[in-house]
Design a protein around this ligand. Sequence first.
Ligand code: NAP
Length: 238
Amino acid sequence: MNPTKKVAVVTGANRGLGFEASRQLAKQGYQVIITSRDESKGKTAALQLQNEGLDVISHPLDVTSEESSQKLAEFIRQQFGKLDVLVNNAGIALDLRTEEDSIFNTKIDTLQQTLETNLYGVLRVTQALVPLMKEQNYGRIVNVSSGMGQLTNMQAGAPAYRISKTALNALTRILSSELKDTNILVNSACPGWVKTDMGGPEAPRTPEQGVDTIVWLATLPDGSASGGIFRDRQLIDW
Ligand SMILES: NC(=O)c1ccc[n+]([C@@H]2O[C@H](COP(=O)([O-])OP(=O)(O)OC[C@H]3O[C@@H](n4cnc5c(N)ncnc54)[C@H](OP(=O)(O)O)[C@@H]3O)[C@@H](O)[C@H]2O)c1
């Protein structure tokens, strides 16, 4: 372990945008903790990046579990004694491209499950890990949101997913406000439409393009913006 290295946690990092964000942060010299709800998938993902010569390790994390979130916090405290970056990336889109794409077919259960991961999951993990940032008065938190949560462009389609991302944006604002007197910056990122399991094969962006803004926000210098939502490194409307 190199104590001068910055330590980053990425949730849902075994595939898609989380995996690519882990790769890019490790390329920038961060010690990255790849977290995944399926431990073996996390190990496989970490091995792939280790084989690329990158400094990553894996640790289990199911963002819907309080116990799992606390265990991760304990692990980081013992192993590194600090945390510099948290990328809240894990997400689900249960109603995207299904019959529940219509609000009139939305099941309350689907909405609850979606919020459990995309909203409460982010809050749970952030509550568990922020103390490790406060202790050193440094932190960068990136909540991976979506243009589908923007109120300015709110439309029909995938209502549970959309509502969860709008609520996530509110969480970004609240966290940022509570942390305004610290060097912990909290922002939302919209990756654009990206070719992943969630985005599908039609998506125009590669994962590398999709994580650019996420990694940029995760590595912002002191005194930078907090409490905004960014796409392509530009502030966009809520
Ligand atoms: N792709 C796009 O076009 C796009 C656009 C805008 C925003 N986003 C956002 O970007 C983020 C990543 O999306 P993606 O496209 O990379 O999706 P993805 O390929 O479906 O990956 C989602 C990741 O989240 C993990 N996950 C789901 N539930 C979890 C839980 N309870 N605990 C821990 N991990 C969990 C998944 O783990 P498993 O492998 O175990 O399922 C997987 O690693 C999401 O927040 C998504 O809403 C994506």
